[in-house]
Ligand binder design. Structure first.
Ligand code: GDP
Ligand code: IMO
Ligand code: MG
Length: 430
């Protein structure tokens, strides 16, 4: 005991990496449970901005051991690249510190090609995936024909399996099959090299988590994506293909619910989304541009993984309450409060309007029809980045936080006022 989880409460990019970086200071194990390199978690330490896609943000604290859990899908080349990048930045990413679940699934070049082809085939109805092969890899997993990371223990056999997977996908495509075969063989060889590199990282991560918990160590689960991108409970079909919620953490790490102590929902104080799908509070024009930023600052709202501008809107408390229902948050971390400085009034969607003739307002399952009702709250002018204590926040900023807390029905214990480690206000709401 115990297990603490950090879960995205919106459509991803809430600042999970930044919050994990803070909480990892007192954790022993930090574990990702789902998704793959579709995730992009930026963590600022001093003058360095680390952009992590697969490796948990906890790796930046030298005392932690980090795990890539069974629920993940791993592109071996990208993992090798990320390990090397971190090592070049002076971070120890030796096999003693990073463990890759043998049960995690492998993303092959066939999955990448399929992701792109499926998106192209959707035409105007594109989901806007990250094109990292995530959907096709989880499809193979569910169809029980996927390739697991444990297969890397025999690099030659692994190479053959990757070649077969690529040539199999090529055979099923309308493209000339024979011309793709050399590519398939090259992919096999490349993957064999990655397997040699990653072999010492392979582990039974479920057992490691269980041992750590039974020794009383603190295990911190690092969520990827967000609740509204969850395969079952998100805005389907505009979702990712994994389970991004509390339930997914238990399944993806292979542990029982009795260990769970805290579920920290990470909420950005406005709403963003990359990719297609319903977005009731979406803004366009100057206000959206102002909240998004120009792209000059590392925290401006452009995708860490794809560089795409994120769609922007006011914070939606209906969706926040829904995320709480799905995850059972014990506390919230509210991020990017500093970005709201200078905007007056601030809007917060408290409910959806009931449509003429309907008995109730639209449900989350029916967001296309949702029309937000806003509370207008007074803004503030001062820069919040220097604030370190609740009392140092201007009164309208405190009132904004209290209103979000009231709307969500969950205590807000952490308030982030900048991307850097110390730009955080801790609060005891009692
Ligand atoms: P994640 O995917 O949930 O980890 O979030 P991302 O890393 O994709 O996006 C969050 C971005 O906002 C990163 O660039 C963070 O460094 C930055 N960030 C996080 N919290 C704050 C904050 O309170 N203020 C500002 N200005 N930037 C923040
Ligand atoms: P982090 O962990 C934001 C979105 C994609 C697309 C949908 C499906 O950084 O918060 P996929 O490639 O997963 O099949 O794409 O999911 N998406 C994310 N959006 N943050 C993420 O991760 C995301 N991971 C996937 O933009 O709409
Ligand atoms: Mg991100």
């Amino acid at each position: 005991m115990p297990l603490d989880l950090v879960v995205g409460a919106q459509w991803g990019d809430e600042g999970k990496g930044r919050i994990v970086d803070r909480l990892a200071a007192s954790a022993d194990l930090v574990a990702r449970w789902g998704g793959g390199d579709n995730a992009g978690h930026s963590v600022t330490v001093g003058d360095q901005v680390h952009r992590l896609h697969l490796i948990p943000s906890g790796i930046l604290h030298p005392h932690t051991v980090c795990l890539l859990g069974a629920g993940m899908v791993i592109h071996p080349g990208r993992l090798v690249e990320e390990i090397c990048q971190l090592q070049a930045a002076g971070v120890d990413v030796s096999p003693a510190r990073l463990k890759l679940s043998a049960a995690a699934h492998v993303i092959t070049p066939a999955h990448l090609a399929l992701d792109a082809a499926q998106e192209a085939g959707r035409g105007a109805g594109q989901l806007g995936t990250t094109r990292r092969g995530i959907g096709p890899a989880y499809t193979d997993k569910a169809a029980r024909r996927g390739l697991r990371a444990g297969a890397m223990r025999s690099p030659e056999e692994f190479s053959r399996q990757v070649t077969d997977s690529v040539s199999g996908a090529a055979a099923a495509s309308p493209v000339d099959h024979a011309s793709l075969l050399p590519e398939a063989r090259a992919a096999g060889q490349e993957y064999a090299q990655h397997a040699e590199f990653l072999l010492p990282y392979l582990a039974d991560t479920g057992r490691l988590v269980d041992e750590a918990l039974s020794q009383g160590k603190l295990v911190l689960g690092e969520g990827a994506q967000g609740t509204l991108l969850d395969l079952d409970h998100g805005t389907y079909p505009y979702v990712t293909s994994s389970c991004t919620t509390t339930a997914g953490a238990l399944a993806g790490l292979g542990i029982g619910a009795q260990h769970l102590r805290q579920v920290i929902g990470v909420v950005k104080c406005f709403q963003t989304r990359v990719g297609a799908g319903p977005f009731p509070t979406e803004l366009h024009g100057d206000l959206a541009d102002r909240l998004r930023g120009s792209g000059d600052r590392p925290w401006d709202e452009f995708g860490t993984t794809t560089g795409r501008p994120r769609r922007i809107g006011w914070l939606d408390a209906v969706l926040l309450r829904y995320a709480h229902r799905i995850n059972g948050f014990t506390a919230l971390a509210l991020t990017k409060l500093d970005i709201l400085s200078g905007l007056d009034p601030l809007c917060l969607c408290s409910e959806y309007r009931r449509q003429a003739g309907d008995e109730a307002a639209p449900e989350v399952s029916d967001l296309e029809r949702a029309s937000p009702v806003y509370l207008a709250l007074p803004g503030w002018q001062s820069d919040l980045q220097p604030a370190r204590a609740w009392e140092e926040l201007p009164a309208p900023a405190r009132d904004f936080v209290l209103e979000v807390e009231r709307q969500a029905g969950v205590p807000i214990r952490l308030i982030s006022v900048g991307p850097e480690r110390q730009q955080l206000v801790e609060r005891d709401p009692r």
